[in-house]
Ligand binder design. Structure first.
Ligand code: COA
Length: 160
């Protein structure tokens, strides 16, 4: 995974930009705080997330104080990666964190020769959002989406 990335600093202010990085076990409490606000029904506490992070991976966006603003979990499934729908703290939506997380995940997938990403939506209201990110329905179920990313098809697609 790439090293942590930061959004450009706004000149003339003491604003410290958020950073995006891969989560580790120490992030379990911060992730749990985010899930408690965004997906309380998932009942994902720090213990469950710490255990989960030993099997799966997550990218997160954090502010200068280390507060987790948005996250994206993913794990291997078949030849591809299954992605959980993006979670962004309600007070921090619309700032590009979701797109940033997905872009970094896709870059990682391309580097890793992962051919496709899959996501299952639990809520069709966000379908247009994922379509804008390039996801398409895999079949009749409009909530089962996929996107081709890395893999052999990319290397063989060029001229000659
Ligand atoms: C949808 C969600 C993931 C977007 O995260 P985010 O970090 O705010 O996303 P970004 O800032 O990257 O993108 C915001 C853009 O998406 C657009 N957008 C937000 N919700 C949208 C939706 N339902 N459909 C289409 N576009 C949407 C915004 O208008 C904005 O557009 P702009 O870039 O032209 O201004 C976030 O709002 C969220 O967590 N929502 C909860 C919904 C959810 O989790 N449902 C259950 C899972 S299926």
């Amino acid at each position: 995974m790439a090293s942590a990335a930061v959004l450009p600093k706004k000149p003339g202010t003491d604003y410290v930009p958020p950073r995006l990085r891969e989560a580790n076990a120490a992030d379990a409490p911060g992730l749990a705080a985010l899930y408690a606000v965004t997906r309380p029904q998932a009942k994902l506490g720090a213990g469950a997330l710490r255990e989960w992070l030993s099997r799966g991976r997550a990218l997160l966006v954090e502010d200068a104080d280390g507060r987790v603003l948005a996250a994206l979990r993913h794990w291997e499934e078949g030849d591809g990666w299954r992605v959980e729908p993006i979670v962004t703290h309600p007070e921090h939506r619309g700032q590009g964190y979701g797109r940033w997380l997905m872009t970094m995940l896709e870059a990682d997938a391309i580097r890793s020769n992962i051919p496709f990403l899959a996501v299952t939506l639990t809520d069709t209201t966000v379908l247009p959002y994922y379509q804008r990110l390039g996801y398409r329905p895999l079949g009749d179920d409009r909530q089962e989406l996929g996107k081709r990313v890395g893999g052999v098809w990319q290397r063989t697609a060029g001229p000659g």
